[in-house]
Design a protein around this ligand. Structure first.
Ligand code: S3P
Length: 432
């Protein structure tokens, strides 16, 4: 990659086999729950990236020892449920939204004052969504005009609440559930308007915490201790997604992705792709640390437009830019609605996706809460994509590049390090 950007050449197809890095959402959670477990927790398949390393640095700042035990293996020496120390200065989360939303739920049960901040993009992201329920739980939380820096003053105990999420967000749900572990008594309940990723619930169960679940509702009781022992992190579906999409769009593809997490709260992309006529097979399904894992095989396909309705959005929230790209190749018009949350991700992903795809020859109309895309079943022209400081937009630009006539130059592509540092090399390795 030059300082100017990453140049992606057109490809005839993606072929061969590939394993993607460990799931980012689960890697964050394994380290955070590891930090408050009793005793050491072995984390295998840890997806090391700028975001997840911010979580390691955060728990270290809170007095937890984290040992690098192998290339993608960590041992987190848990300090116990209430064993975290107040650090000397602010905790810098970098670009990690999951860290800044989940950690306050854990800090709610410690003693002391904590300040969390991050990079410029993090400092523009809404934080009242976690501050509000934490205040209801008796925790003092201050935001800066609704955004980071965030200050948490905690006394070691919280009050159990029944909280209805105003937006479907796994980060907010997780924060409230984590704070519920520290309630003096009673059950903390979160009700969600639509199902969101459930990795926190699964990992809490693996750590011995009874988690009560019914449709639209999840509840935890105060915990005595967490015993996690080991976590085997599956491959990240969101990192597999750019490859699945590119291999579908390119006529010469025959690609297998091994060991991918296929938790149904994450695989909405496959639902939409099936409607579009894609040929994606999910084989060798198994369970790994309570998470569904499989191998994914992708063949090229001619696509037809298929709308994405609001109910599906949380199940593919991070893949919506890629759906917009696929829709560029599909016969007909695709409409995506109910995705207003994309406006407050690492970038305004509605604006950034439309700008990226229109800049390389697509026909994408940004809507307030989604997109309307007119598909033309030929390659995109190609050109230049600005990553807009957003790793998912950088990956989108690279996928557009392999599917283009002239190639794509992705500027600001170093932001790929946020979730998938060697993405460009892996893409080159399977590009034919
Ligand atoms: C995440 C939840 C989603 C997702 C983010 C990771 C998580 O955010 O977009 O990349 O790990 O819980 P929201 O919960 O805000 O939708």
């Amino acid at each position: 990659m030059s300082a100017a950007g990453l140049r992606i050449a057109p490809a005839g197809g993606l072929t061969g086999e590939l394993a993607v890095p460990g799931d980012k959402s689960i890697s964050h959670r394994a380290v955070l729950l590891g930090a408050i477990s009793s005793g050491p927790v072995q984390v295998r398949g840890f997806g090391a990236s700028a975001d997840t390393l911010s979580t390691v640095a955060a728990v270290e700042a809170l007095g937890v020892e984290v040992e690098q035990a192998g290339e993608d293996e960590l041992v987190v020496h848990g300090a116990g449920l209430r064993g975290l120390d107040a650090p000397h200065g602010p905790i810098d989360v970098g670009n990690a939204g999951t860290l800044i939303r989940l950690l306050p739920g854990i800090l709610a049960g410690q003693r002391g004052s904590f300040e969390l901040t991050g990079d410029e993009s993090i400092r523009s992201r809404p934080m009242e969504r976690i501050a509000e329920p934490l205040r209801q739980m008796g925790v003092e939380v201050e935001t800066t005009d609704g955004r980071p820096p965030v200050r948490v003053r905690a006394t070691g105990h919280t009050r159990a609440v029944s909280y209805e999420l105003p937006v479907a967000s796994a980060q907010v749900k997780s924060c409230v559930l984590l704070a519920g572990l520290f309630a003096e008594r009673g059950v903390t309940e979160v009700r969600e308007p639509l199902p969101t990723r459930d990795h926190t619930e699964r990992l809490l169960r693996a750590a011995g915490v009874p988690v009560d679940r019914s449709p639209g509702r999840v509840a935890v009781s105060p915990a005595g201790e967490l015993h996690l022992d080991e976590v085997d992190v599956p491959g990240d579906f969101s990192s597999a997604a750019p490859f699945i999409v590119a291999a579908t769009a390119l006529s010469g593809s025959n690609l297998t992705l091994r060991g991918v997490g296929v938790n149904p709260t994450r695989t909405g992309l496959l639902t939409v792709m099936e409607r579009m006529g894609a040929r994606v097979g999910v084989f060798r399904r198994r369970l790994q640390s309570g998470e569904p894992v499989a191998d994914v095989e992708v063949r090229p396909a001619e696509l037809v437009a298929a709308d994405v309705e609001p109910e599906l959005v949380p199940l593919l929230v991070d893949e919506l830019p890629l759906v917009a790209l696929l829709a560029c190749f599909a016969h007909g018009v695709t409409t995506i609605r109910g995705a207003g949350e994309l406006r407050v991700k690492e970038s305004d992903r509605i604006a950034a996706t439309a700008a990226a795809l229109n800049g390389v020859g697509g026909h994408v109309e940004p809507l307030e809460d989604g997109f309307r895309i007119r598909g033309v079943p030929t390659r995109l022209r190609g050109g230049r994509v600005d990553a807009a400081g957003d790793h998912r937009v950088a990956m989108l630009g690279a996928v557009a590049g392999v599917c283009s006539q002239e190639g794509v130059e992705v500027s600001g592509a170093s932001v790929l390090g946020v979730s998938f540092p060697d993405f460009a090399d892996r893409l080159a390795a399977v590009s034919a």
